[in-house]
Design a protein. Structure first.
Length: 293
């Protein structure tokens, strides 16, 4: 009798421990999602000399946030969803062939499993991070550029002075390099398939694959233009629409399609072999709770 009780007690101890080890290996391990803290500030979003949906360039103010250092990998998707929909399968590669709707299901389950709160980035958060979020900006009262946009001053890295933002040319691609070859998997170097995340050079914030590898879903509904030059704070896009915003380029993109301002519009049910996503971890702030100015 004592032997039977001892065996039962041992089983009750071993089973939870075994289950925990299995959880740590299959769930907690892959779901240690690396994020990079981005210090908020002002930046000029969009471009007046590019496609119509990137106009007009306008000033945006963002709060601090934490964005995924890497695109969500196939092993992370599989740990939550118990399946891998990617056409080219590789555990360390970005998960692709997932719709916006499926991403919402993934996020819901991920939040429940981890006890954290993740969401898709807004496109303003995506672009600011892609640009490197590197300029400390401040307002200079009483000054206005043509079009009524308040003057924003930024640090001039070369002279140590402060110069108007309009005099600075932002990076075309999300990286320290002036060219796309060293920072992105795209049409010319990808062999037509996604690659393991983090193999190309990161941008100034240490974030990888923003301009290539997989295109990335954003939270916002798509609008055909930004509509106004007015300064907005923590924008979240239109209240509704037919398509969601997709940012960045992919392994199927030309160099021209991998810039930090490039936008695309896909209906939420769209799936593509080069379409994935990265996440923002919410830490006490959610832009959906703020009001655009």
């Amino acid at each position: 009798m004592k032997s039977g009780l001892s065996s039962l007690l041992l089983l009750l101890i071993v089973l939870p421990a075994t289950a925990q080890r299995r959880y740590n290996k299959t769930i907690a391990g892959p779901l240690q999602i690396a994020t990079t803290r981005v210090t908020g500030g002002y930046f000029d979003m969009g471009a007046d000399d590019e496609a119509p949906d990137r106009k007009p360039a306008h000033t945006v103010k963002l709060n601090d946030y934490s964005i995924g250092t890497y695109e969500i990998k196939q092993e992370q998707w599989e740990a939550v969803m118990e399946a891998n929909p990617s056409q080219y399968q590789c555990s360390e590669c970005p998960v692709t062939n997932v719709s916006w709707d499926q991403v919402q299901e993934f996020i819901s389950k991920l939040n429940e499993l981890t006890g954290k709160t993740y969401r898709l980035p807004t496109e303003a958060e995506w672009e600011y991070a892609a640009r490197g979020g590197k300029f400390e900006m401040l307002r200079k009262p009483g000054k206005h550029f043509k079009g009524g946009v308040n003057e924003i001053l930024v640090a001039d890295k070369n002279k140590g002075n402060r110069v108007p933002e309009k005099d600075l040319k932002g990076q075309k691609y999300a990286g320290r390099s002036a060219g796309v070859q060293s920072i992105a998997w795209y049409e010319s170097n990808s062999d037509g398939r996604v690659h393991a995340v983090g193999r190309k050079q990161p941008n100034e914030l240490g974030i990888y694959d923003l301009c290539g590898n997989a295109e990335e879903w954003c939270a916002d509904w798509y609008a055909t233009s930004y509509g106004s030059r007015d300064t907005v704070e923590n924008p979240t896009g239109p209240d509704g629409g037919k398509s969601k915003v997709v940012r960045g380029g992919s392994v199927e993109s030309t160099a021209h399609e991998t810039t930090v301002t490039r936008r695309a519009a896909y209906v939420p049910k769209t799936k593509a072999r080069s379409l994935g996503f990265r996440l923002v971890e919410v830490r006490g702030y959610n832009p959906s709770e703020s009001t655009n100015e």
